[in-house]
Design a protein around this ligand. Sequence first.
Ligand SMILES: [Zn+2]
Length: 240
Amino acid sequence: MGSVIQHMSRPNRIVSNARQAIAATIFLAVTMAGVAGAAPNLPETVPLPGQRPAGAAGDAARANKSACQKKLKALGVGFSPQPPVVEGGGCAIERPVLVERLAPGIALEPPALVNCATAETAARFARDIVAPAAKEHLGAGLVSVRQSSGYVCRPRNGTKKLSEHAFGNALDISGFVLADERTIPVAASGNRAVRDFLREVRGAACGPFKTVLGPGSNADHAHHFHFDLAKRRNGATYCR
Ligand SMILES: [Zn+2]
């Protein structure tokens, strides 16, 4: 059973985990009903000797959730936690967040639904890489990042394998809005300063993001950067 689970793809594993959780809940309910029948005065809050508190797994999940979301708060990200996403075909986000601001003074437009790790990486990218590069190359602050895809339940173009977008693990960025109201689209440009700016942010994105695609990668990415956190062996990146 263990090895079967190990070889399952991620969505199946999530479904399988959910089934196990449901089975465990039913078992626990039946067990507790039995206990309650035998000893009706047993206080609900005192676990039986050796018994794990019923909420331990849930508590761990909540602690994990708040650890990442606490980081978002510390970074000044504007977001709201959303209910888990589970869609047919294996698309899922366990703890999604809807992000509308990447950092104080830097909006994400329109707001994007992503997983917390993607939100954190995008926030650091905007604050530490894009904003300083905009000042350096274009002489203006960054006020907004335009996105064209966060969570989308779909396969990768031309394949049956689910896209990282289907896990909220990817963000497509189509442009940057500056404090002087210029919009810098992600596309081939004849302007040298714009080219330098886009080249710098694209290069620096590779590392924090594990996949970086954009104009020149292929026809699908002529007008946006695709950034994702796909896990590869030894944390390898794929940047083209
Ligand atoms: Zn994409």
